[in-house]
Design a protein around this ligand. Structure first.
Ligand code: NAD
Ligand code: MN
Length: 363
């Protein structure tokens, strides 16, 4: 070697709870193997033990200055927030949303594809092929956190969750989605809405979509009510390419998409701050999966695919492509399917197979 300096990336690993710890350590192993193979960059991974166990000791999901500790990292690899002994709204708001929202990771991007060797429940509709990207508004809407409860426990009890939509928030996610649609071969975008029933914010959402669409005359777009969209995803998956939807709608649609792609254990996601003022965060879509925690059978593919998105975000396209082909080579072999995919492989076997594929020893 001629002593070229290796690019150094600082990665914050936040495994969280449940199988989050299992899949993130698998992800870090794979990323390090990839860096070794590429030999042009290295990862410095800092591990943060934030989450439910931390909460039990400190009464907080992450330290007060937690965000300061990770704000200068190049990216965050996240596992899952969710602990059997702690209410979900505490774990979610105390960790995952406590990072996403202040870091303004307003674009949540969720690709869905049926990987080689994986059987989609849609196989009878169109050979089980689908290739979608869901863009979820990730900073406001139904999860803005506005609302309250009064008279708790009494018959007069009142509770509200208020959806907040801002023109600037909707415009930026629409623009992001149209740009992403434009970058894909079919240049096709579906704007999901519910403006028949939600007659204020969703009507503004539709109006803004129409306005932004004028900037993207090369993108074909249509509008679909969210309930009808669930049917279309099942009955006519090929008619769909890029999707943009609100925080709540896209949350639901993306679990459906993950199931249609074969398993929740495969699906990746990126929480992007497109302006790069803050680090972006990459995580599998799934949660802590208490039912399989500690059994060594969590599917790590969703985390590996999230690492592909992390590499793309860092601009390491060649490494991203190498990792994605390693993943596809491994899913193609049913011997490496974990129980959620109907097989009996274990997390460490899948991890080792992907590392072998990266090193090119199991072709
Ligand atoms: P879940 O995703 O944890 O599990 C749903 C089902 O899918 C379970 O049967 C589980 O075993 C299976 N599954 C999920 N990931 C898998 C994987 N990688 N390999 C194999 N099987 C897998 O959803 P849940 O049960 O609704 O939630 C459990 C906890 O996780 C809750 O506390 C919830 O709040 C939290 N959660 C966190 C996130 C997040 O941090 N992003 C997302 C979803 C749920
Ligand atoms: Mn969800």
């Amino acid at each position: 070697m001629w002593g070229f300096a290796l690019t150094e990336y600082k990665i914050a690993a936040i495994p969280g709870d449940g199988i989050g710890t299992e899949v993130v350590s698998a992800g870090v192993e794979v990323m390090n193997a990839l860096a070794e193979r590429e030999n042009s960059f290295v990862f410095h991974v800092d591990h943060f033990n934030w989450g439910g166990e931390y909460y039990k000791q400190h009464g907080l999901m992450m330290p007060e200055d937690g965000r300061d500790q990770i704000k200068d990292h190049n990216a965050i690899l996240f596992g899952s927030a969710g602990h059997p002994d702690i209410p979900d709204h505490i774990t979610l708001w105390g960790l995952r949303l406590a990072i996403c929202q202040p870091f303004d990771q307003y674009a949540n991007v969720r690709p869905t594809r049926v990987l080689p060797g994986i059987t989609s429940p849609l196989r009878s509709v169109n050979n089980g092929e689908l290739d979608w990207v869901i863009v979820r508004e990730n900073s406001e809407g139904e999860y803005a956190g506005v609302g309250g409860r009064a008279h708790q426990g009494s018959p007069l009890e009142t509770a509200t969750d208020v959806s907040i939509f801002t023109r600037s928030g909707v415009e930026r996610i629409m623009r992001f989605a149209f740009k992403l649609a434009r970058s894909r071969p079919r240049k096709l975008l579906t704007v999901v809405t519910k403006s028949n029933a939600q007659r204020h914010a969703m009507v503004m959402w539709d109006e803004i979509a129409e306005g932004v669409a004028k900037e993207f005359s090369d993108v074909t777009w249509d509008k679909m009510l969210v309930d009808a969209m669930t049917m279309r995803m099942v009955t006519n998956p090929k008619s769909i390419d890029t999707i943009v939807a609100t925080n709540l709608h896209a949350d639901i649609l993306s679990d459906l998409a993950a199931a249609l792609a074969g398993s929740l254990g495969i699906a990746p996601t990126a929480n992007l701050n497109p302006e790069r003022e803050f680090p972006s965060m990459f995580e599998p879509i799934h949660g802590s999966a208490f039912d399989i925690t500690g059994k060594g059978i969590a599917n790590p593919i969703g985390t590996f695919w999230s690492s592909v998105m992390l590499l793309e975000h860092l601009g390491e396209q060649a490494a991203a492509t190498r990792l994605m082909s390693a993943i596809e080579r491994v899913t193609a072999d049913p011997q490496f399917h974990t129980p959620d995919l109907g097989g009996n492989a274990r997390t460490d076997e899948v991890t080792q197979a992907v590392i072998d594929a990266i090193r090119g020893t199991n072709i």
